[in-house]
Each structure stands twice: as structure tokens, then as C-alpha cells.
Design a protein around this ligand. Structure first.
Ligand SMILES: Cc1cc2nc3c(=O)[nH]c(=O)nc-3n(C[C@H](O)[C@H](O)[C@H](O)COP(=O)(O)O)c2cc1C
Length: 387
């Protein structure tokens, strides 16, 4: 077992073990990937203040997200096709998250279905919901989430249509991969992935195939998806979803303070400041730069979370110090999952937890509640003064 000390170590193993098509699917942003890159690099523009000679014993990273206890302010973000990064990937990731005491969010576009994950885990998880035109499907999705005892719904509002990711088109991304010569050559070097995949029946979009009208195989699925994403989505439609789900509700994909105010009006319990990990509008502001103006607009009225670009506990500390009550990791847990399955996700969480704990201590803070803006040195004009 190699010595893993940081998320980057997991990423290197992940790249070796997982078919190129799925590595590329995760490790890309839309178009020029500017937003994808800046999501991570902008964290480095913020500095932490080192404090000394402060009693650092008895530290704790425990806190709450939407009133639910978490062992640290980090959840697993919804990631489509997680079950293609490692066989039964959603179940493995949900188990690792549950054992670590952090929420797991299941994507609508997952391989393992809601029911599969519920049957094979013992902690409640959160359900991510895409805003689709098919009303029957939407109602049933919320009902299925309720039956599976999901403890929150996360409605993603930043994907009315897909930002283009060049590599997915060039690779002919599909689940499962098509038996082209290029894929066969690449898969022949990924024997561990292949063997595990042969051992599971879960290789299609478990939440959709057999649940959406007329979608019984992968080819009809792609047609259905293309016409189902709702380009006409507006806040009234989001209010209808609010009525379909009476549990805790989180709205994901807010970058503009005006949209944060709208999300508040809908009656959400929290919003996630997110640009979908740089996969949608290329050229949009990084999530960490977008956070301060959103905190100013709604921070005292609604719980604000953040994702996009988090690769370390220091990043979590910075987001929390700017006001986020919680954060999410997408790629950071996918690297762990693809590298080593369930123990790899646990490893990713351990790495981030340890970094957060040590960095908190070195910055003179013992609890999440003690983390305030004074932990940081933020450059003037960090969120920009734009014309
Ligand atoms: C491969 C991949 C698939 C994703 N699929 C979904 C999805 O199905 N639903 C969703 O709301 N967000 C999805 N996202 C966005 C993540 O939930 C999250 O916003 C993003 O990964 C955060 O950025 P990070 O990867 O830098 O942590 C996906 C992200 C990646 C990398």
C-alpha cells in the first residue's frame, strides 16, 4: 500500500487504475477550462494567519449542516456515473461517508439506484435532483427518495443544458464503455477495474432506466436525457419542486447574489455556492471568489454551503472562515474511489480531516464555531470590482 499523504497522491493512482474515458470525464471542465482551473488556484490567493502559544488541546471539527450532525463540515457532492469509476461506486462512497460521519449525496445520474444505495447502507443519504421536464418522473424521484429515507434533497439548478466538455465528445463517453478498438486497448491495461465491473450487475443509469417512460436501454436514455433537461426552468417551477418534497431542501449551483436571494424566496434550507466544478459556464467566477458577495446578500438569512475546487482541509478552512457552514468535495473523493474503492474514499476524507484539524490548530482555533474571518488574509478586491 503506497503512503498517501494528500489528495494529489490519490489522483495519481486513480489515473493509472481507471479507464481513460472516466478519468477524463471527471478531470475536465467545460470549453477552455478556465473556471475549472481557477476554482482550485483561487484558494491559493487567500492566506491563513498563523497564531502561536494558544492552547490547542481538545480540538474538534464536528459541526452541523442543515441541522444534521457531521464530523466535519464536508459532504460528498453528487457525481454522475460514480459507479463507473469503481464497481458499485455509489454504495462504496456512501458507506465510507456514513462511517466517517459526513453526508453522501447521490446523483440523479448515478449508476446504483436510490433503492440500491438505501438497501446497502445504514445511514441516511441526500438525494440530488436534476430539474427535468418529465413531471411524472420528478414526482416519482422525490417519492422514491422519501421511501429510501433520504434526509435532504439537493436540487441542482445550473444544468438546464450541458456545458461542452471536449474530451467526453472525443472519447465517446458512455456507460458502460462501447467496445471500440481504442476502448478495448485502454481497458486491457485496467484489469482490476474490469474484473470488479464484471462482478456487478450495476452498469447502467440505475435511477432512470426502467423508471422513465420509454427508457429501457442506454441508447434511449441519451435521447431522453437530451430532451428532458428543462431549458425553460424558472423559479416558479422550482417552487413546484419545493411542494413535491417536504423535507430539508438545498439548492445547488448559485454563483450570483441575485440568484441567492431568489433561492431564499423559494424556501430552501441552504444553498450551495457552486459552478458545478467548472463544468458548465466557462468564464464564470470561481466559487470561492463568488462566496463573499453571496454571504453579504443572504448569509444572515440562509445556510450557505460551497463546492468547486476543494482539494484540502486548508481549502475547507478558508471557505468556512468566509462564512460557509459546509463544503462538498467532488473530484477529491472520486480520486480516492477510483484509486482504492471504499478505503480510498475513507482515505480522502481522512486526509482532508487531518489537514483541517492541524490547520485550524495552527491558526489558533479549536472548534468550527471559533473559525472566523480573522483567520484569513484576503487580498483587497478578491471578489472583484467589476464594470
Ligand atoms: C464527474 C463529475 C460528475 C458530476 N455530476 C454531477 C451530477 O450528476 N449532479 C450534480 O449536481 N453535480 C454534479 N457534478 C458537480 C459536483 O456535484 C460538484 O459541484 C463539483 O464536483 C465540485 O467541484 P470539485 O470536483 O472541484 O470538488 C459532477 C462533477 C463531476 C466532477
Amino acid at each position: 500500500m503506497p503512503v498517501i499523504t494528500c489528495i494529489e497522491d490519490l489522483k495519481r493512482i486513480y489515473e493509472r487504475r481507471v479507464p481513460r474515458m472516466f478519468y477524463d470525464y471527471a478531470e475536465s471542465g467545460s470549453y477552455t477550462e478556465q473556471t475549472f482551473r481557477e476554482n482550485t488556484s483561487d484558494f491559493a490567493d487567500i492566506y491563513l494567519k498563523q497564531r502561536v502559544a494558544i492552547d490547542m488541546t481538545g480540538r474538534s471539527t464536528a459541526t452541523q449542516m442543515i441541522g444534521q450532525d457531521v464530523s466535519m463540515p464536508v459532504a460528498l457532492a453528487p457525481v454522475g456515473l460514480t459507479g463507473m469509476q469503481s464497481a458499485d461506486g455509489e454504495i462504496k462512497a456512501a458507506r465510507a461517508a456514513g462511517n466517517f460521519g459526513v453526508p453522501f449525496t447521490l446523483s440523479t445520474m448515478s449508476i446504483c439506484s436510490i433503492e440500491d444505495v438505501a438497501e446497502n447502507t445504514d445511514k441516511p443519504f441526500w438525494m440530488q435532483v436534476y430539474t427535468l421536464t418529465d413531471d411524472d418522473f420528478m414526482r416519482r424521484l422525490f417519492d422514491r427518495a422519501k421511501d429510501a429515507k433520504c434526509s435532504a434533497a439537493v436540487i441542482t439548478v445550473d444544468l438546464q443544458m450541458l456545458g461542452q466538455r471536449h474530451k467526453d465528445l472525443k472519447n465517446g463517453l458512455s456507460a458502460p464503455p462501447k467496445p471500440t478498438l481504442k476502448n478495448i486497448i485502454n481497458l486491457s491495461t485496467k484489469w482490476r477495474w474490469g474484473l470488479e465491473m464484471l462482478g456487478t450487475k450495476r452498469r447502467g443509469f440505475g435511477n432512470i432506466i426502467g423508471h422513465a417512460k420509454g427508457v429501457n436501454d442506454p441508447s434511449s436514455l441519451f435521447e431522453w436525457t437530451a430532451k428532458s433537461f428543462d431549458q425553460a426552468l424558472d423559479w416558479d417551477r422550482i417552487k413546484e419542486f419545493r411542494k413535491m418534497w417536504d423535507g430539508p431542501l438545498i439548492i445547488k449551483g448559485i454563483i450570483d447574489p441575485r440568484d441567492a436571494v431568489k433561492a431564499l424566496d423559494v424556501g430552501a434550507d441552504a444553498i450551495i455556492v457552486s459552478n458545478h466544478g467548472g463544468r458548465q459556464l466557462d468564464g464564470a467566477l470561481s466559487a470561492i471568489r463568488a462566496l463573499p458577495p453571496i454571504m453579504d446578500a443572504v448569509g444572515d438569512k440562509i445556510e450557505v454551503h460551497l463546492d468547486s475546487g476543494i482539494r484540502s482541509g486548508q481549502d475547507v478552512l478558508k471557505a468556512v472562515a468566509l462564512g460557509a457552514k459546509g463544503t462538498y468535495i467532488g473530484r477529491a473523493f472520486i480520486y480516492g474511489l477510483g484509486a482504492m474503492g471504499e478505503p480510498g474514499v475513507t482515505k480522502a476524507l481522512e486526509v482532508i480531516h487531518k489537514e483541517l484539524d492541524i490547520s485550524m490548530g495552527l491558526a489558533g482555533r479549536r472548534t468550527i464555531d471559533e473559525i472566523d474571518r480573522d483567520v484569513l488574509m484576503v487580498p483587497k478586491g478578491f471578489s472583484g470590482e467589476w464594470e
